[in-house]
Write a protein that binds this ligand. Structure first.
Ligand code: SF4
Length: 424
């Protein structure tokens, strides 16, 4: 303690507890420095038309929505100019597997990186020999959508029985060929008609998935036009979310062979208990754009996030941040990043969850067309109040089933948190 005082790390009257709290606060602050994560959109064309498609898409046969040879060359040049020895690239669309030739070119252009990871976000409507060949590269991962049982998935995505069967067959084949560790899936939940939690959990467990990231239909981009009610009342969503977590906890405790987790809840728990969990772009503070990750659209336009791309294409607000040929527009980036932190916000500065929470000004723009709404009125804030309140309830629960799941989600060795909870 004397060392800390002498070197100016703590004030003369600070106790160790205050210093520890300040250190933990600082250690959760995000300081990204290097661009090493690109979301690439080689085509906007898609072979499905899901009702809540969150990304702008055009029909499979539409011309003029793929990267040109020139754009591909520009992107490769952009990648060549990146510093560092690591890169992660996510291919989105549209349906990016319609342009496997572009994906192969990009992967080849990343040979110089010591560590590279490529995620193909695909609807798995088709599993072509070319895609199977690409998956032999162990750096390539698959991310897909699985909305629940066959019936739910068909209602929301594939429309027809044979297309649904094909998707389920393709998913099983991919898992078998490259292993569950290289495949992930996300459900999108229609909150007006959500699947029973147990059936959703069963659908994921049947493929061996241990992670689910529950998402309601997103009130952004094109989804907002088709489902205007999805942006208003979220009470149904939270009651569904709580039911789902209860079902997950009960399932984990009744079948000890496999632990399933809801990815965002686990992330929030880790933010509470651990230092340095600050890399998730949905939950970090500050949350500056254009520094460590970037989106390159089908026409070479740069965007800070995929949501920003959708908002721009919906005509809500222009959030482009340059072009792959001319580089990042630093003026716009500076403007965006002036509002990328929860520090100094009158609500957040008084909030007990501030050290764990984050900031998402693009979500505010999407929902309200402004970023200066009193924070506690925003969806982002209400969502995090709900989830952190839930975390606290779980942490202080003495139920063996709850403690078991918490210990596993936090990666602890035992079957319960090693805490003596304070009386609330
Ligand atoms: S929960 Fe709300 S008030 Fe608290 S830090 Fe997060 S955004 Fe700010």
């Amino acid at each position: 303690m004397n060392f800390l005082r002498v070197h100016g790390h703590v004030g003369a009257n600070d106790g160790l507890r205050v210093s520890s709290q300040e250190f933990q606060y600082q250690a959760r602050i995000t300081t990204p420095d290097k661009l090493n994560y690109l979301i690439l959109v080689p085509t906007l064309r898609c072979n499905l038309s899901c009702s809540y498609c969150q990304v702008s898409r055009v029909g499979e046969d539409t011309n003029g929505y793929d990267w040109t040879d020139e754009t591909l060359g520009d992107v490769i040049e952009f990648i060549d100019a990146l510093d560092g020895s690591e890169i992660k690239i996510e291919f989105q669309g549209g349906e990016p597997t319609l342009r496997l030739d572009i994906i192969s070119n990009i992967i080849a252009a990343c040979d110089r990186f010591e560590q590279a990871e490529f995620v193909i976000c695909t609807n798995l409507a088709h599993l072509t020999p070319e895609l199977i060949a690409l998956l032999r590269d162990e750096r390539v991962y698959i991310s897909t959508s699985l909305d629940g049982s066959r019936l739910v998935h068909q209602q929301q995505r594939t429309s027809q029985v044979d297309a649904t069967d094909r998707f389920f067959d393709n998913l099983a084949k991919v898992v078998e060929q490259i292993g569950i560790d290289r495949v992930s899936a996300l459900p999108t939940i229609d909150q007006r008609n959500p699947p029973e939690p147990q059936s959703l959990i069963d659908a994921y467990a049947s493929f061996g998935f241990s992670h689910l990231f529950l998402r309601p239909i997103n009130y952004q981009g094109f989804a907002r036009k088709r489902h205007p009610s999805s942006g208003k009342d979220h009470s149904e969503w939270w009651s569904y979310y709580y039911r789902f977590i209860d079902a997950l906890i009960a399932r984990n405790h009744s079948d000890l062979t496999m632990v399933l987790e809801e990815t965002y809840l686990s992330l929030c728990l880790k933010r509470i208990f651990r230092l340095g969990v600050d890399g998730h772009v949905d939950l970090r503070n500050p949350n500056p754009v254009g520094i460590d990750y970037l989106v390159i659209d089908h026409d070479g336009a740069l965007y800070p996030t995929d949501e920003a791309r959708m908002l721009t294409r919906s005509g809500v607000v222009d959030l482009t941040m340059g072009h792959v040929r001319s580089g990042i527009d630093r003026q716009r980036q500076k403007l965006f990043n002036a509002n990328a932190s929860n520090f100094g916000d009158p609500d957040c500065d008084r909030c007990t969850y501030q050290p764990y929470c984050g900031r998402d000004f693009i979500d505010d723009l999407s929902r309200y067309g402004r970023i200066d709404l009193p924070r506690h009125e925003s969806f982002f804030c209400q969502k995090h109040l709900h989830i952190f309140d839930l975390c606290m309830r779980l942490i202080y629960s003495e139920e063996a089933a709850v403690q078991y799941s918490l210990a596993k989600w936090l990666g602890l060795a035992g079957n319960a948190l090693p805490l003596q909870p304070y009386a609330l």
